[in-house]
Design a protein around this ligand. Structure first.
Ligand SMILES: [Zn+2]
Length: 317
């Protein structure tokens, strides 16, 4: 595709999908209902299981100008925790009921698919919101003559990079949409790590790209962490195209002995995931040094991974 065609495709995508912040991203793209605040981690099962007095603990960002913004881990009610306004109530219920009514069954490929699908929908919603916001700021700057509008400037380049990211994420999401509509649960590859005799400490629903992997195109993986009977499961999912890269990326974690495996998994979650909750029982029992180490590593790796950073305080399990 030449640059002009690429730009026209991006503009068309944004015209269709970037006009509303309340769109239902259901797979047939026909729904006109307004999106509600849908849970990305099931509320009545997983969040309720982890909560104390109706609360879990989540990373929360306090935006500051000038940067850097402050990150802290704070209690949040389970009605609000991990929600995103990317599905209407009807589609949230119809699509995800199988994993909302009871804890996910790791032997059911539909359940594994739905866990991954929800992480993808949430991430798509987030990056689309970022694209809408940065485009709005850029348009305002052009309107008040702070940006030229007809030649590239930093704000325009920034807005375009968010738009490209949203478009790529949309194309990725469409693979999940088609697979969902055809009930092709094995369109994805699932790698499960089961930690036995492990009390639940966190739950995760996240999609992220493998930033440090040399590959011709962006590689992505989803991660869901949730409790089952007397164990905690970390379920990774990837499209068949991305699977060889994902397997290689995760090989160190899967080959490690259980204690070190929990450490590597903890680092991966803190570096790559932004949608996770702690049970207050676990977080409040951490020493101040452990809490500080977790917050600092999470904050330091928001924009860049730090695989070489080692700290024995970074345990989420
Ligand atoms: Zn809908």
């Amino acid at each position: 595709m030449d640059d002009q065609a690429k730009l026209e495709t991006l503009n068309y995508f944004f015209k269709v999908h970037g006009s509303s912040t309340k769109t239902c991203h259901e797979p047939q793209e026909k729904c006109k209902r307004k999106a509600i605040r849908a849970h990305s981690i099931p509320s009545s099962t997983v969040l309720s299981y982890l909560a104390r007095d109706g609360h879990v603990i989540m990373p929360q960002i306090n935006l500051k100008f000038p940067p850097p913004s402050e990150i802290s881990f704070q209690p949040i009610g389970i009605n609000k925790a991990t929600t995103f306004a990317g599905l209407c109530g009807h589609h949230d219920n119809v699509i995800f009921r199988p994993i909302d009514d009871s804890l996910p069954n790791t032997h059911d490929p539909e359940h594994l698919f739905l866990l991954a699908y929800r992480a993808v929908l949430r991430e798509y919603h987030e990056v689309l919101q970022n694209a809408i916001r940065s485009q709005a700021v850029y348009n305002k700057r052009v309107e008040v003559s702070l940006s030229p509008g007809d030649v590239p400037c930093d704000f325009g380049i920034f807005a375009t990079s968010h738009l490209v990211n949203a478009f790529e994420c949309y194309e990725y999401k469409r693979q999940y949409d088609y697979a969902y509509l055809q009930k092709r649960w094995h369109a994805l590859n699932y790698d499960l790590l089961v930690m036995h005799d492990q009390p639940p400490s966190i739950a995760v629903s996240s999609m992220f790209s493998l930033d440090d992997v040399a590959a011709p195109e962006t590689q992505r993986v989803t991660l869901s962490v949730f409790p089952i009977d007397n164990a905690v499961v970390a379920a990774f999912s990837s499209t068949q195209r991305d699977t060889p890269f994902v397997k290689s990326y995760l090989s160190r974690i899967f080959a490690a002995e259980p204690y070190y495996q929990k450490y590597l998994l903890s680092k991966l979650i803190l570096q790559s995931c932004d949608n996770f909750v702690f049970t207050p029982d676990y977080f409040n029992a951490l020493s101040q040094a452990q809490k500080d180490a977790i917050v600092q590593f999470y904050t330091a790796t928001l924009f860049k991974n730090a695989d070489d950073h080692e700290d024995e305080n970074l345990f989420l399990f």
